[in-house]
Ligand binder design. Structure first.
Ligand SMILES: [Zn+2]
Length: 241
């Protein structure tokens, strides 16, 4: 008797065992027999909702899950459940965190008067790994992208302006004196930088941007630690208070 995987491998190959081309006299019946069992289809449907996962990738992931131990699958399911239960956004900087405020905002050894604005938590992690920066961050949770329907209201811009205007909203109640624009060197990143400069005008902060060691179109996560460290150290003033 065939196991689940063998049957599915058949189905994935779209080559029926009898060598026919999958037509037959009853297309509806053939179509039904090519569908995976309902629980597998449900898993595929959920996986294809993830970014960058098409039907083929979802099938590959589903086969992987089916091939491995029950404990592996339980661990994966638990990790997904835990991340939603235990992780939230820092109420100060919007970084992902287990504790609120996040450990970076709580670290009073850091320069709380300087805030480096990034698009995503992964950019913050890349910059932290460069080990050069000792100020705070603000995570926008995206970049301006009108074509994808991402407007200013979808970013944490209002929270940033609040942190600047009201020191009590910043970590440690410290007044912010410098904002460093750390957006990726892309069309969306540049547009976001312009928007920020507009919103921050008149707030009394110095605005800098990271030095352009990063080639246009690159993302921060691809840059080496040395390039990121240089980008922070060589930052350029773009607006004085
Ligand atoms: Zn924080």
């Amino acid at each position: 008797m065939l196991g689940y995987h063998d049957q599915m491998a058949d189905t994935e190959g779209h080559t029926p065992r009898d060598g026919s081309r999958g037509g037959g006299s009853d297309p509806a019946r053939v179509k039904r027999s090519l569908a995976y069992p309902a629980p597998v289809e449900r898993l595929l449907a959920e996986l294809t909702r993830l970014p960058g996962i098409g039907r083929r990738s979802a099938e590959r992931l589903a086969f992987h899950v089916l091939k491995h131990d029950r404990e592996d699958a339980d661990r994966l399911a638990q990790a997904i459940a835990d991340v939603k239960r235990a992780i939230g956004h820092c109420s100060v900087c919007s970084n992902l965190t287990e504790a609120d405020p996040c450990p970076i905002c709580c670290d009073d050894a850091r320069d709380r008067g300087t805030v480096l604005v990034v698009e995503q938590p992964k950019d913050l992690i890349a910059l932290e790994q460069a080990g050069m920066y000792r100020g705070l961050y603000h995570v926008l949770l995206g970049s301006l992208s009108p074509l994808d329907g991402v407007g200013p209201e979808d970013l944490t811009l209002a929270e940033l302006v609040e942190r600047i205007r009201k020191p009590g909203a910043n970590a440690g109640g410290v007044r912010i004196t410098e904002v460093i624009l750390g957006m990726n060197p892309t069309v969306e990143g540049d547009g976001t930088s312009l928007l920020l400069m507009d919103r921050l005008a008149g707030t009394g902060v110095t605005i800098s941007r990271l030095a352009r060691g990063l080639p246009a179109g690159w993302s921060m996560q691809l840059a080496s630690k040395a390039v990121l460290a240089d980008a922070i150290e060589g930052r350029v003033r773009v607006a004085e208070p």
